[in-house]
Design a protein around this ligand. Sequence first.
Ligand code: FAD
Length: 325
Amino acid sequence: MSQVVVLGAGISGHTAAAHLKRMLGKKHNVVVISPSEYYQWIPSNIWVGIGKMKEDQVRFKLRKVYKRWGIEYHQAKAVSIHPDGSMENEKPFVKSVYTEPEKRGEEITIEYDYLVNATGPKLNFNGTEGLTQGRNTQSVCTTSHAVEAWENLQKIFEKAKNCEKQQILIGTGHSTATCQGAAFEYALNVAFEARERKIEDKIEITWITNEYELGDFGMNGAFVKRNGYVIPIKEFAESVLVEYGIGWIKRAGVYKVEPGKVYYEQLNGSKHVKEFDFAMLIPSFTGAGIRAIGKNGEDIQDKLFLPNGFMRVDADYSPKEFEEY
Ligand SMILES: Cc1cc2nc3c(=O)[nH]c(=O)nc-3n(C[C@H](O)[C@H](O)[C@H](O)COP(=O)(O)OP(=O)(O)OC[C@H]3O[C@@H](n4cnc5c(N)ncnc54)[C@H](O)[C@@H]3O)c2cc1C
């Protein structure tokens, strides 16, 4: 019997664990380690952030599901990977710390034959001075953030209804932030909701992005087929923003946020300030911060992880035999 340990129960970890169990059956053990008791469908947070979906519509508890599927589950946070084992332990293992209330803080060591690291991106709010979720700015990167964003957006809508002009800023909160597509969708959702409430003339929405051209979305653009025409996504994105009455600032790296003010530098070196009443800015991402430790307890961080904390991968997604990896 082999043991496969999956770190993280997000979109990739949960999918990997589900398929591994389905394919490996009872002959092998699949273990999931993840700090939250929930799986959350992150893409739907753009709906939670405008009040169209509730928190519990985009998440479910993992424990029951994993029990039914025969997957061993630990509500814990992995803190270190020991791929060569240790002096006391021949086999590779992962050290984790429980996050569930009954065992909170207790350490657990789990051996593995195969390890899947699916811990996703850590939201690096500290990467931009003043980019503080819930205080200066909002995010829709997690369901609880999106709930909070919606609470604050409603206050903006109320003010606009009372004829107070409101400025909304949506986009990327760092020159290296990604996930522009999610923020773009959220900008359109907010504009749509303002129109539904007939307050669009009181709300000025601006899309601020680090993209070189609109519609890059971190994937070097694309082409869109619409009404029989194939158009570059740059034109598509620009025309959609115009249609929704949204202005834009591109090639902008946000480097500082203060209450109601965002400071950004554009690619040509010019520096600017933009005021806002409500801002939803995506932070930069780092890895989950798991340590990599060698057999003698030495630090082997550089072997497993990049300086930004993400795991080293070959970034070649073509199918291969396991031995070829
Ligand atoms: C609002 C929004 C909308 C989006 N829409 C789309 C879309 O339409 N299409 C698209 O392709 N992508 C979209 N994305 C991006 C997509 O959500 C991410 O690419 C995806 O969630 C990444 O999956 P993941 O499993 O790698 O990470 P995550 O889904 O973030 O999961 C990471 C998991 O690891 C766990 N974890 C963290 N640290 C540890 C640790 N130390 N030990 C163990 N577990 C840990 C977390 O709790 C979580 O369960 C969107 C993102 C956002 C924010």
